[in-house]
Write a protein that binds this ligand. Structure first.
Ligand code: HEM
Ligand SMILES: *[C@@H]1O[C@H](CO)[C@@H](O)[C@H](O)[C@H]1NC(C)=O
Ligand SMILES: *[C@@H]1O[C@H](CO)[C@@H](O)[C@H](O)[C@H]1NC(C)=O
Length: 502
């Protein structure tokens, strides 16, 4: 009897301590959390978007949610996000290290690396290598145009046949562009390397946002059980094996000091083997996979959204084509610099990025020291979720926050302007390091394809559905498109083809 009383008292005491200690002083508000379980029972695990919306309305632009025993602070709106990511920059530039995704990627690579020397060195290396391989120079443009030839062939072959489903096409294109930087080669669309990697990535992206990952994050006890999340570890192993085989091949054929691609550059760096450098071969394969993933899914989903809207709004598509014809005239192909003469096209691409909302909750951050935000105190090591959606459609920041309208990026004179709430790449020290490449891809791909083809929503496909499929990256629902060659286009390619008797 006495013992049970003591036990009961201990339990109650434990619960009280739990409740007390878990909400630090002056912490952002949020719904009352249960001990151990946190707020997890208050959320729909399949698609918590509705719940989040309700919470934001109740608690404002900075609120707390307990995922199991750990608090997460969700930041919404331009003002709060700018304060965190830009003004307080490094204080919010960490990454959580105890989540499902960290275990899956073995704490290697750059995207999920915590703020510190290894992240800094790898980020600097990636930016430098991307630049050296022709970002801003012509070589990267040539690579994109080279890959576009394959895309255009795919599109041409579909003319007069049944509508084409563009998912795989855009995915493979984006993948090949980044593969050329990383591995110095492209892959045929049915090549095993790409097929397997794409399959693994897609599965892992869905798992990462799914209910099993949330349970994994909330309850460490279950982490070694044979539950569905184990598939993610297997997938990474499969990809690693493929990456290692490419690396082995590179080591055999490389000439030190004459790098052909990203892998060679990194191997050169390893040769120098500076004391205490964070570079290592174990890092390299995951690092390359990291960048491949970051550069593929994002770009291809943005393009998919773009062509969906351009088919749904044919008058906007036509206006783009008019501008393209006027500016390019008889020029052989578009160059990235042409964007300065294409304010409407620029506005459309940016508006596509705004509504595509490709990475809705950014990549999760964490605080690197005790800090403050909008008057609340946030301790070191707190999980931070930047709600980029809330910025991209924030009322007061946009002329037309809730509709697809390029006017959001045009002033009264029809000139292109970029409002400060345009943050699809996030902001601050962790901002997307592929922004330059991504913007070049979006421009050259959309301009080149719109110049040559007309994209038509199939008559029998019902109304276009703009609701995205929820995930780390948002994906439009699968759709098909009807392709026609444009008659008015005057580019060199068609004349050339005719000459060669095609
Ligand atoms: C439309 C295309 C893209 C979008 C919308 C996009 C968006 C983002 C966002 C929101 C983040 C998180 C930033 C943060 O944590 O605050 C990010 C990070 C990152 N992105 Fe992109 N991205 C795109 C294309 C690319 C491409 C083409 C590459 C490859 C070169 C790339 C490489 C990365 C990397 C490596 C990071 C991690 C940076 C770090 O943690 O320091 N992204 N991206
Ligand atoms: C992010 O903001 C959008 C728009 O304000 C909202 O619908 C969504 O529920 C928010 N997500 C979270 C996690 O707070
Ligand atoms: C390498 O590091 C050690 C200690 O970490 C140091 O004593 C040594 O001088 C360093 N060597 C070079 C070449 O920097």
């Amino acid at each position: 009897m006495f013992v049970s009383l003591i036990l009961l008292w201990l339990c109650i005491w434990f619960i009280i301590i739990q409740l007390k200690s878990r909400r630090p002083k002056n912490f952002p508000p949020g719904p009352t959390a249960l001990p151990i379980l946190g707020n997890i029972l208050q959320l729909s695990l399949e698609n918590p978007l509705k719940d989040f919306e309700r919470l934001r309305k109740t608690y404002g632009s900075v609120y707390t949610l307990f995922l199991g025993p750990k608090p997460a602070v969700i930041i919404s709106g331009t003002k709060a996000i700018k304060e965190a990511m830009v003004t307080r920059a490094t204080e919010f530039a960490g990454r959580p290290q105890d989540l499902f995704v960290n275990d899956v990627t073995q704490r290697k690579g750059v995207i999920l690396a915590d703020y510190g020397p290894s992240w800094k060195e790898h980020r600097r290396f990636a930016l430098m290598t991307l630049r050296n391989f022709g970002l801003g120079k012509n070589t990267m443009e040539e690579r994109i145009h080279g890959e576009l030839q394959y895309t255009m062939n795919t599109l041409e072959q579909s003319i007069g046949k049944k509508p084409l489903s563009p998912q795989m096409m855009f995915h493979n294109m984006a993948s090949n562009i980044i593969c050329q930087v990383l591995f110095g080669r492209r892959y045929e669309y049915d090549h095993e390397f790409i097929r397997v990697i794409v399959q693994c990535f897609t599965e892992n992206a869905k798992l990462t946002n799914g209910p099993w990952a949330m349970l994994y994050d909330s309850f460490p006890i279950i982490r070694n059980l044979p539950l569905p999340f184990m598939k993610a570890f297997k997938n990474v192993e499969t990809c690693q094996k493929l990456a290692v085989s490419v690396l082995t091949e590179h080591k055999k054929t490389r000439v030190p000091g004459e790098p052909r691609d990203f892998l060679d550059c990194y191997l050169d760096e390893l040769d120098k083997s500076i004391n205490g450098s964070s570079f290592s071969e174990q890092q390299l394969t995951m690092y390359a996979l990291d960048i491949h993933f970051a550069g593929t899914d994002t770009t291809s989903n943005t393009l998919l959204t773009g062509f969906l809207y351009l088919m749904a709004y044919p008058h906007i598509q036509e206006r783009c084509q008019q501008e393209i014809d006027e500016v390019l005239g008889g020029k052989h192909q578009a160059s990235f610099d042409d964007r300065h003469n294409m304010p409407y096209m620029q506005a459309v691409i940016h508006e596509v990025q705004r509504v595509a909302n490709t990475v809705p909750l950014s990549v999760f951050h964490s605080t690197t020291k005790d800090t403050e935000l909008m008057g609340y105190s946030i301790p070191k090591g707190t999980l931070i979720i930047p709600n980029l959606t809330s910025v991209l459609n924030e009322e007061g920041q946009w002329k037309f926050p809730h509709e697809f309208n390029p006017e959001n990026f045009l002033n009264d004179q029809g000139e292109f302007v970029k409002p400060e709430a345009f943050m699809p790449f996030s902001a601050g020290p962790r901002m997307c390091l592929g922004e330059g490449l991504a913007r070049m891809e979006l421009f050259l791909v959309m301009v080149t394809l719109l110049r040559r083809f007309k994209f038509i929503w199939p008559e029998d496909a019902g109304e276009p559905d703009f609701t995205p499929v929820y995930g780390v990256t948002l994906t439009p629902k699968p759709y098909s498109m009807k392709i026609q060659l444009r008659e008015t286009q005057q580019d060199g390619r068609q004349t050339h083809n005719r000459d060669s008797g095609e």
